[in-house]
Write a protein that binds this ligand. Structure first.
Ligand code: TRP
Length: 345
């Protein structure tokens, strides 16, 4: 992939109620990557309407994710933060990719099956085409690396399949234009981290989710110290003391989750955390976890609230980010149209 400049792209849906799972699984990793790569972080508002069309809170949710990016430490001057709908290239490239991707590929997408549920006939066409739009998000910038959760791996594979087929089907015009390694890169997912998957505080078998009816199942990024403390104190545990080694967490999903959260927030491994807390009762461990969580999350939540209220600033960041994104996207779209064979009058 020598021909492709290293670039990170990722997207977060503006779903509202950003929680600890979104922070540890995504946003915090975005912050870390900006030291090493040029990064584009996108609030994927076009994706947001695939499951539910009219969302009265959509604008506020887009601003909330933007505020979270900035409050967590992403620098919008050095990197690009914008919302997808402001750059028309996403929708344009997605259409072309709808003609690249095969029905057979789309029919294998497990996330569609989960999200569409039993009533598949009533799912939107947009939900079905979601992975094609996601491939467009990434390839519009010819991004080489995409930090995502485990659950997005299949979409990244589809993105590579789309890139590969486009490169193959248009091999002649692509070579004519001097792209020796194909036009689109085969993008790599970046998956991992100590708490890539944060589980519900009420049920260690379920992912922490904004749609869980119990607010005690999750720590929202805008929760204040008292709320964080109350939720951690009420978190489900088992009656045993903490083990001193990681193997002792097997079959104890709630213990594993809390230890994973502690490890991630303190930048340590689970083994290191257990070396310190092995033999401790949950009451003592939870007290330490409350202190750590309030210390790490409190300032981010406070800054998020402050930024969210400053819509002039937030909208300015999105405008400036989308201008820079658009300049890159327009160049790709012009070339893609030429490669495909559309006439430019
Ligand atoms: N599908 C991703 C999710 O639900 C969000 C997303 C949309 C995305 N476009 C993307 C992630 C491009 C990475 C790159 O988490």
């Amino acid at each position: 992939m020598a021909a492709f400049k290293e670039l990170v792209f990722s997207g977060v849906q503006p779903t509202g109620n950003l929680h600890l799972g979104n922070y540890l699984g995504a946003v915090r990793r975005f912050v870390a990557l900006q030291e090493q790569y040029d990064c584009i972080y996108c609030v994927v508002d076009l994706h947001a309407i695939t499951a539910e069309l009219y969302q009265p809170e959509l604008k506020s949710q887009i601003r909330e994710v933007t505020a979270a990016f900035i409050a967590a430490g992403i620098d919008p001057k050095k990197h690009i933060i914008f919302n997808q709908s402001q750059v028309s290239g996403h929708a344009e490239l997605a259409w072309i990719f709808n003609c690249v991707a095969r029905l057979g590929w789309m029919n294998r997408m497990t996330q569609f099956k989960e999200k569409a549920g039993k009533d598949r006939e009533n799912a939107s066409l947009g939900l079905y085409a979601y992975p094609s739009l996601m491939a467009a998000d990434i390839l519009l910038y010819r991004a080489t690396h995409v930090p995502v959760g485990e659950d997005q791996k299949q979409h990244l594979e589809l993105t590579r399949d789309v890139a590969q087929k486009f490169n193959n089907d248009f091999a002649a015009p692509i070579a004519e234009r001097g792209h020796a390694d194909g036009f689109f890169p085969l993008t790599e997912p970046l998956i991992g981290g100590p708490a890539a998957r944060v589980m519900s505080l009420r049920d260690g078998a379920k992912k922490m989710s904004k749609s869980d009816p119990s607010d005690f199942s999750r720590i929202n990024l805008t929760d204040d110290g008292d709320a964080i403390a109350a939720k951690i104190r009420r978190a489900k545990t088992d009656p045993e003391a903490l083990p001193s080694e990681e193997a002792g967490l097997a079959g104890r999903p709630e213990a594993e989750n809390l230890v994973g959260i502690y490890a991630a927030l303190s930048d340590r491994t689970k083994a290191e955390v257990l070396a310190e807390f092995g033999g401790a009762q949950f009451s003592a461990f939870k007290a330490a976890l409350v202190d750590l969580s309030v210390d790490r999350l409190g300032p981010i939540g406070a800054e998020m609230k402050r930024l969210k209220a400053d819509t002039t600033y937030i909208d300015g960041v999105l405008r400036e980010g989308s201008e820079r994104a658009r300049a890159m996207a327009d160049a790709t779209i012009a070339e893609v149209k030429d490669i495909v064979g559309f006439v430019r009058g």
